[in-house]
Design a protein. Structure first.
Length: 266
């Protein structure tokens, strides 16, 4: 089982946080997980390869100004955690529920918040599935539309890439899939990614401030076309990879608010 859950926080006073909140929320996530399972928190923090979680930026309740997230006093703010390993769900839920039950404030940036709610109800931001279900339900559709709704960036051979080329997007999804799914996809499919065409896009760049650096990412929508030269089975695999983007994110720094992605119905 893999999934996406929403965490709702309530502020005690006005809070000003650098960037879109992703870096600070990742720190909060690790601190909460550390209280529940120190070894697991350290394992995720120390991973140099693909990580089994993503953390969104603030989704609701925040105003953005001059590179900062501004939150009013007594405000409810929301962010999203996705996980790609089933064993992560229990310690995540237990950790946040435990803090919520204590009704004690938790440090967030330059202020303090309460854990208001852990929301697991199915919605546009929360859901549950499995790699097996995604794979079995995948179709061989030739048109795939993706929305990159938090700044997305790629690092390829030491260089930053700021356009969602098919080989970058689908290679990123393939890495996440093969890292955590028991159904392995042959690496040879990467040859097919280069055949995919971008037919439409509406993108803009956005600068994200982190404590030690800044990263430019793109946000917006892209439509891809899979040509007839890609066979039916490989089309199904590419569709499955597109469907997993909601949980895996795409590109660089997905644990710190970047690369949040979803497939669009067109």
């Amino acid at each position: 089982m893999i999934g996406s859950i929403l965490i709702k926080l309530k502020t005690q006073q006005k809070i000003r946080i650098l960037g879109n909140g992703g870096e600070t929320l990742y720190s909060l996530f690790l601190n909460v997980l550390n209280e529940e399972n120190k070894n697991l928190a350290k394992e995720i923090h120390d991973l140099k390869s693909e990580k089994p979680v993503t953390i969104s930026p603030f989704l609701k309740g925040v105003k953005f100004s001059n590179g900062y997230s501004l939150i009013s006093s007594e405000e409810i703010v929301t962010f999203r955690i996705t996980y790609l390993k089933e064993e992560l769900l229990e310690p995540i839920i237990k950790g946040f529920i435990s803090l919520s039950a204590k009704k004690e404030p938790v440090k967030l940036g330059n202020g303090r918040i309460f854990i208001e709610k852990i929301d697991m109800q199915k919605s546009s931001q929360a859901n549950f599935t499995s790699f097996e279900e995604v794979f079995s339900k995948a179709k061989d559709e030739e048109i795939i539309a993706l929305e990159f709704y938090s700044p997305t960036s790629f690092r390829s051979r030491g260089e930053q890439k700021l356009f969602p080329l098919p080989e970058l997007v689908f290679s990123s999804l393939l890495k996440k899939w093969n890292a955590f799914s028991e159904i392995k996809i042959p690496q040879e499919i990467e040859k097919e990614f280069k055949k995919i065409r971008v037919t439409r896009f509406r993108l803009k760049t956005e600068l994200v401030n982190f404590s030690k650096y800044k990263i430019v990412g793109f946000i917006g929508k892209v439509v891809y076309e899979l040509p007839e030269t890609i066979d039916k089975e490989n089309k199904k695999i590419i569709n499955a990879l597109s469907d997993i983007a909601f949980y895996s994110g795409v590109g660089y720094k997905t644990t710190m608010g970047m690369g949040q992605t979803r497939r669009l119905i067109i």
